[in-house]
Write a protein that binds this ligand. Structure first.
Ligand SMILES: [Zn+2]
Length: 276
């Protein structure tokens, strides 16, 4: 069993901010217990804006991600694929394999392959296709193959077809809500410009730091509602037992992928000290 204190967690999302919003809580759990975290964005996020050019947005999103990395001590890598164009190519797969091998994660978290966004689906596919190859020395021979199999998890989502996420680990992340909101706060091109523009709410965006962090906190709480299917709530009550809250406000949920190391839900939760 991996040393619970020194977990190496690698979250692989499609866009800068996916890892923060879906994995930020468990990432804080790992960091506080002495582990290491790397966030990977498979695209440079250069389509999510209504005014900026792709070139300007790419530079801006790189800076936003760098602020998250700096404030929270998270390693951050952005692959230079244009937003909304990610493909499951050999080049991208090889780049991802080298990245995973160089970080040597115990646990990888990524998107499921049924998801609304083409980049999310292709990110999930890239990880799925890379998973076995991580241990094959003749694939990407410039980086040494792993001699172990990382655990692979899917990050929570609310999609129902063909099936809902199987919640093997549900985490009450309320204690990390502020940290997550502060991570999102750094992605100002998204949370205070692009997403409010899409929602027709640009005039409601606060201008001060505290107001903006509160705005992100509320966004995270609303996002948690999508995850609360009956299975998730049942799983939460089973995991937390007497400690289960009447109302679970802020959560992250994860499913174990069958393409990673074999682990039971109990072993997985033990690894992260959940419930504490
Ligand atoms: Zn995304």
């Amino acid at each position: 069993m991996i040393n619970r204190q020194n977990i190496r967690l690698m979250a692989i999302g499609a866009h800068p901010d996916d890892c923060e919003s879906k994995v930020g809580g468990i990432a804080m759990n790992v960091l506080q217990r002495g582990g290491k975290v790397m966030f990977v964005s498979a695209t440079n996020g250069n389509a999510g804006h209504h005014e900026l050019t792709r070139e300007d947005l790419k530079a801006r999103r790189f800076q936003e991600a760098s602020k998250v990395a700096e404030e929270f001590g998270i390693l951050y890598r952005i692959m230079d694929n244009d937003d909304c164009t990610l493909q499951n190519t050999l080049k991208n797969r090889d780049e991802l394999i080298s990245l995973i091998r160089s970080f040597r994660p115990d646990v990888i978290v990524t998107h499921r392959i049924n998801d609304y966004h083409t980049d999310h689906r292709n990110t999930g596919l890239l990880v799925q296709d890379a998973s076995f190859l991580l241990r094959v020395p003749l694939v990407c021979p410039q980086s040494p193959a792993l001699e172990y199999e990382p655990i692979i998890l899917y990050m929570g989502d609310g999609f129902k077809k063909p099936n809902r996420l199987q919640p093997d680990m549900v985490v009450d992340v309320e204690e990390y809500l502020d940290a997550k909101a502060k991570m999102l706060y750094h992605h100002d091109s998204q949370f205070f410009e692009w997403l409010p523009w899409l929602d027709g709410a640009l005039d409601k965006v606060p201008h001060d730091r505290e107001g903006r962090i509160e705005w992100c906190r509320r966004w995270l709480l609303a996002r948690s509602e999508y995850l609360k299917g009956p299975q998730v709530l049942q799983s939460y009550r089973m995991i937390y037992g007497d400690k289960a809250k009447e109302t679970l406000r802020c959560l992250e949920a994860f499913e174990i992928s069958e393409y990673g190391a074999s682990v039971t839900p109990e072993e997985l939760r033990q690894l992260f000290g959940i419930p504490v």
